[in-house]
Design a protein around this ligand. Structure first.
Ligand SMILES: [Fe+2]
Ligand SMILES: [Fe+2]
Length: 474
């Protein structure tokens, strides 16, 4: 169970480590200051029907109740330790999992933790204003739930920094509260986390695509030979599942509503669809193209010696590493990566160790494709002939082998000029954003009511009805 009697709820026996406890109690007000500045706008006094973790066991870890968000019990929760756990890959394979940071990997490991940690507050900052235009109380509660849990994920990484990295760790923990998404002087570390999330379609796309990148990174780190990182990530993954649920069902409900209106009114032309106050499928496709391509960049370069080092050192594994049937060392295997040669995309095999970013990206793409086909089913069931597709992997990329090239949606290698001619057939134009935002000018705050552009969900939260008062504004 989690100890909630302490100032910082935890299941790591924080009370026994006075120095660490004091350091974290020092960081806590700074975190709250950041939340008040950068957390959901004007939300301080709201009572929100939130879940809070009460135990890290898989069964019934959540408790639901009204909470004011600044009073949310952020804390430190690690999956229980498995005494027999080993390093499961790389050159240290078979050694007992590390309970302390191996000296030689200290700076690398710190970098990995900081990069993960930086994404957590970033997404809260990106979503700061969305509460003001929510389509329902149900959706408002969901974004707040995601936001407080991203705050907790920040706590998770900050715990590791404080507990295992001494003064350097404390400095990094402070810097995590100082960077700001989209800031020109002090931006967040990764590109996608500096993009604006200007509307609710973007928010749902973000939680479907970018939170799923979070899942895959956490899965890879959950395999880490550094046991405290592994245990932290395992618990974070249980929270991440909800974020992706919010994204997948959110986009699905928007598609459903659009299809219903198209059927009812017998219209297909995007302009006619827009006139009904719903988002045309073409615009949804453009948002999909944007979020997919920006998120693919988060996996890093297709060929990467860093990725090889992380793996060989036992710091970051592959997706489902221990379920894979190979030698977990990968010295003699190869993996295909794509690149542009002479105006064509070609595939060549490279040493598998150097292609681990690409491999994780491919695992991610498989899961994304499944989700998109579930959205497609909504369109098919409505009897509408429109196909949602995933763009080519090289489309609109800024990192890796495709960076600097102009790849079309189907993988055609184009000149910059030709690409730009099609740009707004593929990506949302300023006018598209303007239209979507024109639907979301105020919030729908009456219990049980939903904005015209989105269908209600199948069921409420924690078996509550759809007209439950998920947020009280006071
Ligand atoms: Fe997160
Ligand atoms: Fe998340």
């Amino acid at each position: 169970m989690i100890n909630y009697t302490e100032k910082i709820p935890n299941n790591v026996d924080l009370g026994r480590d006075r120095v660490l406890q004091r350091a974290l109690e020092h960081w806590q007000p700074a975190f709250l200051g950041w939340w008040n500045d950068m957390g959901p706008n004007e939300s301080r006094s709201y009572d929100v029907y939130l879940r809070t973790a009460i135990s890290v066991e898989p069964d019934g870890w959540a408790q639901f109740d009204y909470v004011k968000m600044p009073e949310y019990r952020w804390g430190i929760f690690l999956q229980p330790r498995d005494e027999k756990r080993e390093v499961n890959f790389g050159t240290h394979k078979g050694q007992p999992a590390w309970q302390e940071v191996p000296g030689e990997y200290r700076s690398t490991l710190r970098r990995i933790i900081v990069t993960q940690g930086d994404t957590e507050p970033a997404s809260v900052e990106q979503q700061k204003m969305l509460g003001l235009s929510c389509p329902s109380l149900y959706d408002l509660r969901n974004i707040f739930q995601v936001n407080v849990e991203e705050g907790r994920h920040l706590w998770a990484m900050v715990y590791l920094l404080h507990r295992y990295f001494g003064r350097d760790g404390r400095e990094e923990a402070e810097a995590l509260l100082a960077r700001r998404s989209g800031d020109t002087d002090n931006p967040r570390i990764l590109g996608a986390f500096n993009e604006p999330t200007p509307d609710w379609l973007a928010f749902y796309m973000f939680t479907f695509f970018t939170d799923r990148d979070g899942k895959f990174q956490l899965c890879a780190l959950a395999e880490s030979g550094f046991d405290p990182l592994s245990r932290t990530c395992r618990f974070m993954l249980t929270e991440e599942a909800h974020h992706m649920f919010v994204g997948e069902t959110g986009v699905g409900r928007i598609i459903q509503r659009t299809c219903e209106m198209m059927k009812e009114n017998k219209v297909e032309d995007p302009l006619d669809v827009r006139a009904l106050g719903v988002i045309d499928l073409q615009t949804i496709q453009k948002y999909l193209n944007f979020h997919y391509s920006v998120t693919l960049d988060l996996y890093g370069s297709d060929v990467s010696s860093n990725a090889a080092n992380y793996f060989t050192s036992g710091l970051k594994g592959r997706f489902r590493e221990t379920k894979l049937e190979d030698d977990h060392v990968l010295a003699d295997t190869s993996y295909p990566v794509s690149e542009v040669v002479g105006g064509k995309i070609v595939t060549r095999n490279v040493p598998a160790l150097t292609a681990l970013n690409e491999r994780l990206r491919d695992d991610y793409i498989d899961e994304i494709a499944d989700g998109v086909s579930r959205w497609q089913r909504v369109i098919d069931q409505a009897g509408i002939s429109f196909r949602l597709t995933l763009p080519h992997k090289g489309f609109h990329r800024e990192i890796g082998n495709f960076a600097g090239h102009f790849i079309g949606i189907e993988g055609e290698v184009l000149s910059e000029e030709a690409w730009k001619k099609h740009q707004f057939e593929w990506l949302p134009s300023p006018k598209d954003y303007e239209f979507v935002q024109s639907l979301m000018t105020g919030r729908v705050a009456e219990p049980g009511k939903f904005a015209n552009w989105i269908a209600p969900p199948m069921r409420g939260i924690n078996n509550k009805p759809l007209d439950f008062e998920y947020v009280r504004f006071n």
